[in-house]
Structures are given as C-alpha cells and as structure tokens.
Design a protein around this ligand. Structure first.
Ligand code: F0G
Length: 525
C-alpha cells in the first residue's frame, strides 16, 4: 500500500517519528496505553503523561465510561443552548462547596463554562477586562459628579487649594476663582481622558503558562510561543517572584491615576484616584510548563498584598494543578491562594469530555458578561454531567482521591529522590506536590555525544529521553513545554507500587545510558 501523505500537522508527525514517538495507541485503561507491534500483539505502555494531566482518575475510568454510555443511551440532549441547564448549576454548586471547605469561606463564585484550559483563562481575562472597563466608567461618572460639585462650591464662595493645580493650569491658577474652576475642570477632563485611554496590562510570574490562544499566549512567558503574536492582544509583564523589589517596581511603573476634586470645609482640593489599568495578576499555584514549581508561600503573600493595595483581581489558573492533583481539589488551598477567578479544565472532563470552567468571585461578578460572552459547545450537558460525576468520584469516601494523590505522589517523589541522591551527576532536581512531579536533568548542551549535544542545544533533550523510555522501557513520559530538561510525571491516583517500580527501572536505564553519554542508544535503541 502506498503510504498516505500526512496532512494532519505533517511536521509534528515527522518529528515524533524521528524520535520514536510516532506510535498509534489503540486502547487505554488506567495508567496504561496500548499499541500494536508489527506482529499485531498489544504492547502495554506505562503512561506517566496522563493526557497532560487530564486523567486524574485514569484513562477510560470504568465508572465514568459507564456513565457516559448511559447518557448516550438515554438520548440526553447534548446541545440544547438557551434552555435551562440545572446540571450546570449542580456542578457549580458542587465545586463551590469544595471551595468553601478548602478555603474556609462562605463566599460564592459564579461559574462560566468553556471547552479548554486556554478558553477558561480567556473567559477570566475577558471578564476581568469587562469589570475594569465598567469600573473605569463608574469612576469617570463619579469624578464628573465631583467636578460639578466643586464648580458649585467655588461659585458659592469655596476656594481652590493650590496643591497640584499650578502644575496642571500654570501659575495664574494659584488662587482660582469661579472663572478658573471652569478652566480647572476642563483641564482635568483632558488629562483624565488621555489617562483613561491607557491600554490594560496583565502581570504574571516568570515561567507562566496559561495556554496558546490569542489572549492566553500573551500571558505565557515562553517567548517562542508568545513573540510572533504580541500585536494581537494585551500586554503582560512577567515578574520574577523571588524579587519583591522588582514586583514593586513593575507595579509602580504601571500604576496610573485619574484626577479628581473633593470639597472639604469650603476648600476644593485636587486629588488622585487609582485608575484600574492593571487588569489582573494571573498565576499557577504549581507552575506546570515552567518545570513543575510549587509557588513560594511568601511570594504568594506579597502578590496578594500588592494586588489588594491596587484592587487588582487575581486569576488562579488551576487548569493543570486543580481537580485533586496536588492532594487537595484546589492546589491554591495549600498556599492560601483563593483568587478572584479560578480556572479549571483538563481532568474536569474526567479524561473523556472536553470541559473548562471559570469561577468568578461573587463580589466581582458582572452579570453583563453573560450578554457578551458565549460558546456553542460550552456548558453542553454531556461534558457538564461528566464533570459533575468526576467531581463526585474525587469527593467519594471523604475525599479518598485527594489522599491517594498525596500518598501516591509522595511515594513517587521518594523513588525519584533516591535517583537524585544516587545520580546527582545527571539528575539535577526532583520536585512537586501530589501527582504533579518534575524530574530535572542537568544541562547536556556540552555533552561529548553529538546526538545528545544537538538535542540539548535545540531544547529537545526531554523528548530524546521520552523516545528512549518508550522504545526501551515501554514508558510514556514527556518534558514540560518551557523547561525541556524536566520530565513531568502526572499519572492518575490509581498509580500502583508496581508501576512506580517500573518507572524506577526505566529511569535507571535512562540514567545509565546518559552517564555513558550514549546518544546512539537514546536515539535508536
Ligand atoms: N493553563 C495551564 C496552567 C496549563 O497547564 C494549560 C495547558 C493551559 C492553561 C491551557 O490549557 O491546553 O486546554 O488550552 N497545559 C498543557 C500542558 C499545554 O502541556 O500541560 P489547554
């Protein structure tokens, strides 16, 4: 048979094949994916990628599959837009109850539905901008009322205090009378109009990953993903979280004010009001693509303090870290990081459906958002019901799944820790929380092997390792997208001791080959 010309992302397909990753999986169950070898035999592969963290309850979880089948058998109307969706409300309530429990709050969060992680992030971004624009309009209206009031006050005898006025109007405004107040308010309006036109800016920690759509990719630090598209969306400034001085400097640089007048004891005074120009601070409680890095508690506290000072909402992106992976439903709950917005996706769909969700703190929620945002597929009954069942399964037996994530994660981390101890020459670091774990290797761009050196210099070292582990040890593992020396492990909560032993054996194999600097084996074994 003539080989069919590859049309589905042909470059990617070729690249995967060159590393030995171009395998077609035909079946999956739990932490195992199966492919067929040349003789037609099914080969099981231990999957530590876990659908990039979207299978917290395993591939094709039998209970979720049975539920999905029952929905289809019943003829559940999957797409009935603009009708009552009680199951969506049920899901929002289930997640609200968990949020209230984990953060010890009685606040409510409204839920807006999406189809993917990047979309959930963009819902948060879009809502934050709508809220900012509406706050800005409210502020402008407020100021307009104050300017009229000041005008009236000066006409009935109040005088204008000089502070700041001179800079605005020039020296002749030193003691403004009724005529001058008109000039003053006009000048304030001109200044304010210009300042209000400032484009919004977002802040995010260095290393952030929030998706690859037009808006979310600008919140993603990796310059390769972001740079070609900067003209398409709002600007984001990336903050080194370990440098409090830089955080403060960036915020100070971006802060803007509007001018306003207040009347007190027959004196009209020029004051400045905070202009909401920093639209939101977005962060992952455990950075995924940056190489699995749990945020530092003190750094989180500093971000919260700064954001509270300028009334800047915080978007907590739990797309990868949420849904129990960290040992709690919300990874932010380990850090007291509640967020004004919380995004969920990946495992929300139970490894079967495509579902995303953005939770928005009730006190910030703008119902107008519902008039300007929608998606054909979001909130469909299938994905929403599957998400609801997935949450039920996580919560079952008093949250057994969270305990498993913590306990299995600790065991996996301990195994990797031993590798670091024994082979510190190649293993640089092991870190993570629950079932979100990173295994970082030392840089190999000065390797004596041409193959290893080349792949390392191209930023593809982790993929070279992935190909070897798959071919030689039937283990599926990938690096994190923006830190490719780090392999990430995100299996399901049902990870067994045997599977950990298999991972140990495979990784020891990899380490041995690497210590021999045997590039040939890594690429071709
Ligand atoms: N936010 C975070 C924290 C993510 O890790 C991802 C995706 C997204 C948003 C975007 O979600 O792909 O459904 O649009 N992370 C992928 C990964 C790329 O490799 O784990 P998406």
């Amino acid at each position: 048979m003539v080989e069919k010309l590859e049309l589905a992302e042909p470059h990617l397909a070729g690249w995967l094949s060159s590393l030995g990753l171009g395998v077609e999986y035909i079946r999956s169950q739990g932490n195992t994916l199966f492919y067929r070898d040349d003789q037609g035999a099914e080969i099981p592969v231990l999957d530590l990628v876990g659908g990039y963290g979207s299978a917290i309850l395993g591939h094709n979880n039998p209970e979720i599959v049975a539920y999905a089948k029952s929905l289809l058998d019943q003829g559940t109307p999957i797409h009935a837009q603009f009708s009552r969706h009680p199951y969506a409300n049920d899901l929002a309530w289930k997640i609200n109850r968990i949020l209230q429990r984990e953060f010890g709050t009685d606040e409510h969060y409204s839920a807006v539905f999406a189809n993917s992680g990047a979309e959930a992030v963009e819902v948060a971004v879009k809502h934050a901008e709508l809220d900012r624009v509406m706050r800005l309009a409210e502020l402008a209206e407020d100021i307009e009322t104050h300017l009229d009031r000041a005008h009236a006050a000066v006409r009935s005898g109040a005088h204008v205090a000089g502070d700041g006025v001179v800079e605005l109007l020039g020296p002749e405004a030193e003691s403004a009378d009724a005529g001058d107040i008109a000039r003053l308010t006009d000048a304030i309006r001109i200044v304010n109009r210009e300042r209000m036109a400032a484009r919004p800016v977002f802040l995010a920690p260095e290393g952030s990953f929030h998706g690859k759509l037009v808006g979310s990719v600008q919140l993603t630090h990796n310059v390769g993903y972001r740079a070609p598209f900067t003209a398409l969306a709002a600007r984001c400034r990336f903050v080194p979280l370990d440098r409090p001085d830089v955080l403060e400097k960036i915020v100070a640089e971006e802060r803007r004010t509007l001018l306003d007048l207040i009347v007190e004891d027959d004196v009209v005074r020029l004051i400045e009001r905070e202009l909401p120009v920093i639209c939101a601070f977005i962060l992952e409680p455990i950075q995924g693509e940056a190489g699995i890095r749990v945020l530092d508690q003190d750094a989180v506290r500093r971000v919260q303090e700064v954001c509270a000072t300028i009334d800047c909402p915080i978007i907590v992106d739990e797309v990868q870290s949420g849904m129990g992976r960290s040992g709690a439903f919300f990874a932010g709950s380990h850090l007291g990081l509640q967020g004004d917005y919380i995004t969920l996706a990946k495992s929300l769909g139970g490894g079967i459906a495509k579902a995303g969700l953005t939770l928005i703190r009730g006190s910030r929620y703008r119902t107008d958002f519902e008039l300007v945002h929608s998606s054909t597929f979001a909130k469909d009954s299938f994905s929403t019901l599957i998400a609801g069942r997935t949450v039920d399964l996580l919560e079952r037996d008093n949250g057994r799944a969270y305990r498993l994530a913590a306990e299995r994660g600790d065991r996996l981390l301990a195994m990797l820790g031993r590798l670091e101890e024994e082979f510190g020459d190649v293993v640089k670091d092991v870190r993570g929380k629950g079932l979100m774990i990173g295994l970082e290797f030392h840089d190999q761009s000065g390797s004596t092997s041409g193959i290893i050196r080349e792949q390392a210099q191209a930023g593809l070292l982790g993929y070279l390792f992935a190909g070897y582990l798959l071919r030689a040890h039937a283990i599926r593992i990938f690096p994190t997208a923006s830190a490719t020396n780090t392999l990430r492990l995100e299996p399901s909560v049902y990870l067994t001791d045997d599977e950990i032993t298999r991972a140990d054996k495979g990784l020891r194999g990899l380490i041995a080959v690497l210590r021999r600097q045997d590039g040939e084996t890594l690429l071709h074994a």
